[in-house]
Write a protein that binds this ligand. Sequence first.
Ligand SMILES: [Zn+2]
Length: 291
Amino acid sequence: MSRAKSLILAALLAPVLWAADFSGQSAYDFTAKTVAFGPRPPGSPASRKLSAWLVTTLKSFGYQVIEDRFTAKTPRGPVPMVNIIAKKPGKPGARALAVSGHYDTKVFPFTFAGANDAGSSTGAVLELARCLKGTPTAKDIYFIFHDGEEAYGEWSASDSLYGSRNLSARWRKDGTLARLDALINLDMIGDKDLHIVEEEYSSEVLRRLLWDVAARKGYQRHFDGGRFAVEDDHVPYLRLGVRALNLIDFSFGPNHSWWHTPQDTMDKLSPQSFQIVGSVVAETILVLDRQ
Ligand SMILES: [Zn+2]
């Protein structure tokens, strides 16, 4: 390759290289801070404190923050919930991209730290918001922190995904959904032993794009968690016609035995895993921004 050609290539890749600013350590620290609020079921005092901290932190990054408040009908009666959304504006009239996670924890009779599920997606989406704040994008980027992902009883269509069902319906009504080119959802991505699933509800074209980015960065061996379907916060958007992808490592501990147990604690997570997933997502967002 000529020097001129390599300079052109470097210029083309420059916005992508910018995204290397994602810090796995920072995402891990944001996760530890999230977990320190205690169990975070929707409507609980810890959830209110966490959502207030998310709003303050996102505003300190310079974003406009939207609070999508609603009352969910749950098997335990009405529960107040709130999705937190930070908006990074693109060019006027531009299309949009979204990256999301959930910040609620499932209700248990024991003290559930929920470090991986879902402290990890809270910390990772917050770090994505931090690391992309200075990067100009053509499209609007939404950073979404869903409330009420978890079921109260047995997982069902009416008892799960309260936050994403509410926000996707709201966005269909107000026209945001029609501008949304892609949504990437993260859940349980902090495990030290990282194996991301090729999730089968997900849009194939998005999955291929992100897997290519992962391969380019030499991370293929962490995107080998098997091929199966996992219902998560991307599904309500998919149902309304949005291209959406779910990134989840659904083998947590021996035989998945740490999932939804007191074992889901910070010592099972590593900054390196956040670095792998977060840097791949940041780069994928910037590739999608140029499409
Ligand atoms: Zn869960």
